[in-house]
Ligand binder design. Structure first.
Ligand code: ADP
Ligand code: ADP
Length: 227
């Protein structure tokens, strides 16, 4: 079963704007996929629907073979999501934010603790683990969201513009981390970006979205050879 399958996905916002015009996408297990497109193309809308943050107008979504309309809770347990907006309490401590998320997913704190510490360490946040999250920089907050998304050991990680607002050195570190996660754990990764260089450096496959349509779905290498 693919990590993600989308069929005929359509979104018409309340104001009548058609942000997605019936897109299809299949992401096999273990793949590293970029969803590339300019601002306003529909990337966040697509990710939002997959994570049920945005209601779809029509179409079907399966996460790890689970139809999100039939068992959203099970689908959600098999995916980690890093949205664009920071959405954690600024007054909670870093480590607790990660552990509480495991709790919501039904994983006991004791079981999640090692994973939480591992990812906080890997993402350079271990020394901040007992700090309230409002004391973190923007890049640290972004990395905190990645640690939180991974604590329940999802097979699929989806990140919406993960390097937005992250400075160039930290961007490199974050990209290395994701590459290693994909290689060593076999975690399927899908990220959105509007930087071709980022897709090129990191992702084996790229789906280009423009004005609500997927206009290209190919190997990153063959895309570059066309340019
Ligand atoms: P992005 O950074 O993905 O381009 P924007 O900055 O355009 O997103 O939008 C920020 C927020 O405003 C998002 O939650 C988005 O759903 C919402 N939004 C964007 N465009 C509109 C619009 N035309 N009408 C209402 N809400 C919008
Ligand atoms: P991207 O993530 O590729 O920048 P988005 O999915 O955020 O694109 O937005 C796609 C289009 O949908 C944009 O034209 C945006 O203005 C519009 N849009 C986003 N959210 C809303 C909303 N809540 N209401 C109306 N239009 C929206």
């Amino acid at each position: 079963t693919p990590a993600l399958r989308i069929e005929g996905l359509r979104k018409v916002y309340d104001d009548g704007f058609e942000a997605l015009k019936g897109i299809d996408l299949t992401v096999p297990q273990g793949e590293f996929y970029a969803v590339l497109g300019p601002n306003g193309a529909g990337k966040s809308t697509m990710i939002g629907i997959v994570c049920s943050l945005v209601r779809k107008t029509a179409g079907k979504v399966w996460i790890n073979g689970i139809d999100v309309d039939i068992d959203f809770a099970a689908a959600k347990r098999s995916v980690g999501v890093v949205p664009q907006e920071f959405n954690f309490s600024l007054f909670e401590k870093v480590r607790d934010i990660v552990l509480n998320s495991a709790g919501y997913q039904g994983i006991p704190r004791s079981e999640a603790a090692d994973r939480a510490d591992y990812f906080l360490d890997r993402l350079g946040l271990y020394s901040k683990r007992n700090t309230q999250s409002r004391g973190l920089s923007g890049g640290m907050k972004r990395r905190l969201m990645i640690a939180r998304a991974l604590v329940h050991d999802p097979k699929l990680l989806i990140l919406d513009e993960p390097t937005a607002g992250v400075d160039i050195q930290l961007r490199r570190g974050m990209m290395d981390f994701l590459a290693e996660l994909n290689e060593t754990q076999g975690t399927t990764i899908i990220l959105t970006t509007h930087y071709l260089e980022e897709a090129e450096a990191l992702c084996r496959k790229v789906a280009i979205i423009n004005r609500g349509e997927i206009v290209e779905d190919t190997d990153t290498k063959s895309l570059l050879s066309q340019l």
